[in-house]
Ligand binder design. Structure first.
Ligand code: GDP
Length: 364
């Protein structure tokens, strides 16, 4: 599955947010109930109104949303790249996630100590980014030395790696994160394998006080400007509010949100933004037994999409019977969509589209 790492300096609200995320009613209502895989790893249901609509039309007994994994990576501090504190372990945790949700303190509260003695989210973001860049430089220098011999021997893979590592190092040495390096499509796989900390997409999460949740504040606006300059996105959330919401049932939560003037829970926005950030999309399998959402990377072909359900589906793939979400819903279900000629048979080369309702046919 896809993993989002929650990082940030101490005392910015990471744990509050993580706990809210993983305790929320939506996470628990999911048929795969929220489970704590490890104390700091949790899975949450990805909210998607389309799934409920499909289930309604197909009278599905069960509704199973797709999930996203969040990892609370606490303890990143200045000096982490030098192995201070538990620094190295945290950096290793970040290596294993697909994207980073960087929580920034955008609330003033004299009772909550700031590690640097002042509230300045833009400077906090720089502090963490610098640690990650230093860690990347060190790891690249080491790995470049490690492949010298293979490169001399003409090893194609090593030559490609060296070229990519040098491009990353050049950017980092100019103070730019690895994600600013442009990578050709044929290099993407090798590039991802480098697992550079600063090549992971970043989403800034501005944690504001309850009163600022619907409007944001000057601090979150400053983060917004920084994010725009970097080409990253940001969301404004009040971890405290999310914590309260996570203890309510769906109806109470909706009422509470209305009172606060919020259209949608911050966590829903966060999960959706994470989905965007990771360039993920959803397809559905729908029947009387269950309606279920599945996550794939954009651009995934039908056999690999089938493989998300089961390896056998991919290995024995014959074809996918496909109905677009809009057709399924506007025509009122599978049979009417079929009758209207809206069910297509798609082969191995088909690129699954967001919202596709699929049946896979496969050899066992
Ligand atoms: P972490 O170290 O980043 O995991 O931070 P925590 O989630 O433990 O939060 C640190 C402290 O800040 C706790 O006492 C929280 O209750 C408090 N806190 C978190 N979010 C907010 C907020 O939006 N406003 C205020 N005033 N306090 C918050």
């Amino acid at each position: 599955g896809f993993r989002m790492g929650i990082v940030g300096l101490p005392n910015v609200g990471k744990s509050t947010l993580f706990n809210a995320l993983t305790r929320t009613a939506a996470a628990q209502a999911a048929n795969f109930p929220f489970c704590t895989i490890e104390p700091n790893v949790g899975e949450v249901a990805v909210p998607d109104a389309r799934l409920d609509r499909l289930a309604e039309l197909a009278k599905s007994k069960q509704v199973i949303p797709t999930r996203m994994t969040f990892v609370d990576i606490a303890g990143l501090v200045k000096g982490a790249s030098k192995g201070e504190g538990l620094g190295n372990q945290f950096l290793a945790n970040i290596r294993e996630v697909d994207a980073i949700a960087h929580v920034l303190r955008c609330f003033e509260d004299e009772d909550v100590t700031h590690v640097d003695g002042r509230v300045d989210p833009v400077s906090d973001a720089e502090t963490i980014e610098t640690e990650l860049m230093v860690a990347d430089i060190e790891s690249l220098e080491k790995r470049l030395q490690g492949i010298v011999r293979k490169v001399r021997g003409g090893d194609k893979e090593a030559i490609q790696q060296e070229r990519l590592m040098k491009a990353a190092l050049a950017a980092l040495e100019q103070g730019r994160p690895a994600r600013t390096v442009e990578i050709d499509a044929e290099d993407l796989k090798a590039w991802r394998m480098l697992q550079l900390l600063t090549s992971k997409p970043v989403l800034y999460v501005c944690n504001v006080d309850e009163g600022d949740a619907s409007t944001g504040n000057a601090l979150s606006e400053a983060v917004g400007r920084m994010a725009a300059e970097q080409g990253n996105s940001h969301v404004v959330i009040s971890a405290k509010i999310e914590e309260e919401i996570s203890q309510l049932d769906d109806d109470e939560a909706a009422e509470f949100l209305t009172e606060l003037g919020l259209a949608e829970a911050g966590l829903d926005r966060l999960i959706k933004a994470g989905y965007e950030l990771l360039e993920l999309q959803t397809y559905f399998t729908v029947g009387p037994k269950e309606a279920r959402a599945w996550t794939i990377a954009r651009g995934t072909k039908a056999p690999q999409a089938a493989g998300v359900i089961h390896g056998d589906f991919e290995r024995g793939f014959i074809r996918a019977e496909t109905i677009a979400y809009d057709d399924f819903v506007s025509l009122g279900g599978e049979q009417p969509a079929k009758d209207a000629g809206k069910m297509r048979a798609e082969g191995k080369a088909y690129t699954v589209q967001d919202g596709d309702v699929l049946h896979f046919l496969f050899n066992t």
